[in-house]
Every structure is written in C-alpha cells, then in structure tokens.
Design a protein around this ligand. Sequence first.
Ligand code: ADP
Ligand code: MG
Length: 836
Amino acid sequence: MSASDTALVLALSPLISPLRFVSRVGLSRLKDLEPLVARVVDAARPHASAVAAERLERLAAAALGFDSADDAHRREAISALVRELRGLVQVPEEISALASGVSEGAAKVASVKQTALFEKPAPAPVQPEPARPSPKRAADPLATPLLQLRGVGPALAEKLQAKGLETVADLLLFLPRKYEDRRAPRTVAEAPVGERSVIAGRIVTVREAKGRRRRLEVVVRDEARGTLICIWFNYRPSFLKRFPLFAQVMVSGEVREGYHGNGKVMHHPDVELGDAEAPLQHDESFGRIVPIYSEIEGVYPRTFRRIAKGAVDEYARWVPDDLPEAIRRRRKLLPLPEALRELHFPEKFVPGDQPRRRLAFDELFMVQLGLALRRRGVKIEPGIAFRATEETISRAVSQLPWPLTGAQARAVRAIAEDMRKPEPMNRLLQGDVGSGKTAVALCAALLAVEDGYQAALMAPTEILAEQHALSLRMLLRESRVHVELVTGGLGQRERDHAARLLRSGAAQIIVGTHALAEEATAFHRLGLVVIDEQHRFGVMTRARLMSKGHRPDVLVMTATPIPRTLALTLYGDLDTSVLDELPPGRTPIATKVYKDSAREKAYDLVRRELAAGRQVYVVLPLVEESEKLADLKAATKERDRLAMDVFPGVPIGLVHGRQTSAERQEAMERFRRGEDRILVATTVIEVGVDVPNATVMLIEHAERFGLSQLHQLRGRVGRGAAKSHCLLVTGTSGAEWGPAARQRLEVMAETTDGFRIAEADLELRGPGEFLGTRQSGLPDFAVAELARDQTILAEAREEAFALVADDPELKRAENQAVRDQLLNRWRGRLSLARVG
Ligand code: ADP
Ligand code: MG
C-alpha cells in the first residue's frame, strides 16, 4: 500500500465510528453526519486517485440532506454511503452490512455477525500463556458475545448492549473511570470526617425520616460496634428494598459530621451489598483496589465487576500485542494483555501508572505513526523548486522598513531552504502576537513572486484578511508588487475584477478569507500558500487551497502559541520555526484584575490615559453566532453607557459581529485615525488590529475568555512607545467568579509569555476547549491526556518517526501488526477504547 493510500485510509477513518454506532444503535439517533462527511471528504480529496475521487464525490453526495431526512431516506443514504466507502477502503463487516439496508434498530442488527474487533482472524496471541483455552472455540475469542459469559443472561446482556457492550472485546475496552482503594476498610471510629472512606458492616436499621425533607436512612454497624448513618434524599420507593436488614454491606463515600454534631454520616454513598452467594470477602469488589466504571442502567456495579473480572481473567490473554516487541522493551512498556488486566483490576501496579502508560503510549504512537507517514507522503512527491538565492532573499528583506529580528531572519532562512527544495514545503511558523510573522510571510511571498509565481495568504476572518492586506500594502508601498484582497464581503463587481486579476496573474500576492479556497477562485500560477491561524480553518480548507496550485509550498502561521504537546499532535507532520523574540521597541504591558465592584479604579486609569492623548479598547465577551443580535445589543448598550455615564464627551466607536465588512472597516479606520478615542468591540477585533496609540485594553467579563484569547487581546496594546495596560474586569456573578476563574486570570497578571499561558490554558481547560472547535482535527484519546502525557508523547513520537525512517512502507515482518492496525484504524482497538 502506497503512502497516499495510507493517507486516504487515515482521512476516511473518522467515518467509522459513527457507522459503527448506526450498526449498533440504529440510525435515528445519528446526528451531524452531513458536516462530518463534508469534512472527511475534504480531507480525503488530496489523496484520492481519479477513480477514487469520483467515489468520494458520490460518497459526499450520499450524505447531503441526511441530518434533516426521515428514517427511510436516512437508510438509503447510509447504504449508498457505505457502498462508496467499501469501494474506497476495507470496512469491517458489521459496517459493510449496512450497505444492504439498515434495519430498524439495534435489536435486529445485533444478529448481524460481528466481525472481530481485534482484527486478526487466526487465534495467534502474541503472548501465549499456559492456561490457553482449547483451540476449538470461536475463531476469535474476543468476539465472544457477552451472553455466553457465565452469569450473563438475556436480560443483563440487553442492558449491557444498551451501553454498547456486546462482545468480550467491548468489555475489555470499557475502562474504569477511577479506582477506589478498598483494601483496608475503616471502622466508623477510624474514618476521618471530611475524607472518603470505605466502611464495612451490617445493616441494622432502615427507616424513612419525614422531616423537612423526606429522606432514607440506613444505619450500618461495623465490627467495632460503631454506627454510621447513610442518607439518601432523592430516591424511589423501590430503592428501600435494596437494603435487607442484617445484610452485609460496604459503603464508600465522604464521611461527614452527623446532625447536631452527633456521630458520622454519609450522603448518597456507593453501596455494595453482600449476600449468601457472594459474601463480602476478597472478591472483585472488596478487599482490593476496585475499579469504578461509569454507571450502566439497571446493572449494579457489583454485578458488572463480577462479569468484568471473569472476562478479564479468561480473555485478556487473547488480546494481540501489535506494538513491535523491540519498542515495547526499549520503552519498558507492559505487554498489552497485562496492561489491560491491571487497568481493570490493579494488583501489581499503582492504578493509572504503568498500565495506563502502556495504553496511552499506543494511542499516541498510532497518531504519530500516521503523521510520520503523512509527512513522508508529502515529502516524496515533487513540488516547486524556487530559486530563493541569497540575492533574492536580501532583495525581499530590503523591501521591509526595518531589519529583521534574529528570530525572523532564522525563520526566513529555513523557509528559503525549504522553498529551494523540489519537495513541497510544509512548515509551521509559530510566534506570539506581535512577534512579526507577517513580515516573515511577506518575505516568503516575495521569494515566490520573484520566480513568477503567485502567493496566497489566507486568514480566518475578514477583519484579519483586511488587516493583512493593509499591512502588506504598507510594507510594499515602495514596490510594484500587486496585493489583491479577496473576501466573501466583496460585491459582485469587485469580485469579478479580483477574479480576473487572479487568473491573469496580475495579482501577485492574494490575501483573503476561506473564499480563496472556494470552488470559483482560480489562480494563474499559485506557488505558495500561507495560512494564518490554521486551526480555525480545520485541516481541510488547507488541503483545498493547496489543490489550487500544482503542489504549492505551504507555510502555516499561528499566533496562538500552541503548547508543544498539542503542536506535535496537530501539526506533527510539519517542520517548525519559532519566532521567540519580539521586535524592538515593545513596551511591557501592566496587567491587573479588577472585581466588578472596583471598576471605578479601572475607569480612573482609563481617564488618565485618555487625558494623556491615548486610546482605549473596551472588549465584551464573545457571543455565539446564533446570538449575534444579543451581541449587537450588548455592544450598543455598553457604548451608550460609557458615553453617557462614564466618559461623557469622549467619542466612542463600535465594532461588532453584525456589521458589514464596510461598516466595520469604517469604524476601525475612525479609531485608527484617532477620531474615536475609545473602541467598544466584541472579540471580532481579537487579532490583527494595529493602533500604536492605543494603550489600554479593558476586557469585560474577563473570566469568560480563554487565557490564550486574553493573551491575543492583550497583544493589541503595547505596540507603541508608551507604557500600556490590560485591565481585566470580572463579572458580578459568583458562580463565574470562582477560584478556578481567579487562578486563570492570575496567570495573565503574572506572565506575558504566550507559551506559558498556552500551557496553563491547556492544563486548565483541556485540549478540546483550548482549541475551541470540534473540527480542530485533534484525535480523541480514551486514555492519553495531552496536558499530562508529554513524556509519553515524546517517546511515542520518537519511536514512530524512527520506525518510518527505518521502514518507510512498513514492510518488515515485525511491523506488520502495527501497519494493519494503522490501516484498519476502523477496526483498530485502542481507537475504540473508552473510559466507561
Ligand atoms: P504578528 O503577526 O506575529 O502578530 P506582526 O507581523 O503583526 O506580528 O508584527 C507586529 C508589529 O511589529 C507590526 O507593527 C510590525 O510592523 C512590527 N515589526 C515586525 N517585524 C519588525 C522588525 N523586525 N522590526 C521592527 N518592527 C517590526
Ligand atoms: Mg499578524
């Protein structure tokens, strides 16, 4: 299989999980298929052969209208989609079965033969173990239906199926949410108030108290005759039946002081009841570190654990370990069966330590392997070899009004070197706000223009595109290079005009929004693509824009400093340049947090700055696209309030999401010219504006912003010679203004280092929210956590890249398993693991 086939498989893989969902649960509950298919097809296009390309388009067409269709049409759509998909890549059997029509719901589909999740047909476990079951059993033991397990009857099987658990493999991959140490239960007397404890005893009283609030009290007496009252407030009448008098019981939860300081109580504890069959003695729920799984409706945790223990004991040994043995040994990773066993029922290791490390490694390794292959795929196909000589470089640089900073010069060198090579450049330019990325991009563009090519710069918003066009024209005012702006906001006539210039090649540097990547936009000779703030586009738009030239060079710029871990995962296939030095003449920005009640102090500072002739931004929180009207209202109201009550007589401008591009431009211009002294804005001004005379950035409801966003906003000031201020005003509501919010804002006051802020942001909010988009292209990990698994990531990446360097086609015998897993990501194992 060639590198581009691999890329196609990878690109299409996000479809598998929803299709699997359909095969299990039926199609009525499937949501948002249409946009997903569109994205996936976008991603796949660049890797498709001519034949595959046709199929891809039919696949895309099949999904059109899906989300609003009724079930009958949905069924047709799914079978059409699966038929095309089957023609492109191998799909697992249960999904393939969808091509011949989807039955009503999960019940019927369940009878469709389940292909092994662990794909290998032959029962050839990598780690043979002594007590191997007889070879007569089903071809793949891991595909054994749960119904066949001891203790699982039809009723229970149905409840498990509702949670997506049908086979042993499903069960093994349903990982505990957390663990509880039940090795040493405490007596009531020993259990400290305010701490979680496990207490074992017998039920001595069950009563309902009908005081102010109805509540159930179950009194437990331990061996030392201490008593604990367990209390439930919301419960159904049938709940009482769970507590037979004198039954053995174990409860775990936080111990609190009883009412009026009497005794100890637990509210809504986890309860494990023993019975004659399974007394509370050293089983899978007691006397050990116990896994806590997410709840399954109608199944007691204790029952579930018993089943899980049985499955793990008998079947974990069959899990094939695909990771090449050499890597496993070098990185001192547990064998996969052992890791799984320990993850479910820890015995030898601290839970969440070595066993978790093994699974996290696998997840990260597979992603890095995909990236390594993708990067190689890009590198081996011929692109444009620009001249980019010393002479053209210095000619480009001399167009700028100032010398490059050291970091800029290094980046330009690296870029020029890439551009000279016949293989396409694929480079990430990372740098804090104001580090001077635009100038670097311009140099690259000029290198392309020198050779008669066009360069396109794509920005995520119209405002940013306008800003870029403006700054490029400023920088190029002495030169004859033609900069053209293309955005969705242009009128038809302007559009046509721009289109002609693009096609004829008269437009040499083209700045625009995603409009650049649209079907209708055609270039004369596109040689370089620069993409600003890429993660806002999703990876797909990048591919589409690239397809407009003949394998153009690509430079991705990001102003949001991305923590290294994320960068490696999102941009792991790119080479990287970092601008870690700000241009001279920057002044430090003083950042201060104000409570709502102290806002007058903030306003005093604003008045002082205004009196000194400076200008001020006032930024309001971002609102959802759907609430643009509310946005407009809030912005207008704030402007009026400031104009009438706070800064009477000061001219105040307004920028918000409801304005047309022309209105916005007009408002920005007034502010830039100093006619408006204050600019009230929603975050549409987030990036790009450059007004050196503005020295104050006042942010309302600062607690609602992400740190990186605040950092971006702060970067709007401090662009001139005067000292600047960033004032973070918090809202009034207590809920929003908790300790977590304070902690976050304090990071802002402490540091102006964008990378530190990004790391903190990632840690506090998690990667999904950090990037703010579901489409960010970030894989979903079940076990790995980017914020904390940096070391594992580094190791996995090293191994993956070494492996591809050593065996680029993954042809060697020892790499077969991992290759199969990569290509069959759909049926792949760990991509399907989930923390239950
Ligand atoms: P970024 O895009 O990285 O946020 P910009 O390219 O907008 O940064 O540059 C920020 C500011 O610094 C601009 O006003 C730009 O004119 C100025 N600038 C960029 N490079 C230099 C340099 N080498 N020397 C002086 N000023 C520079
Ligand atoms: Mg910029």
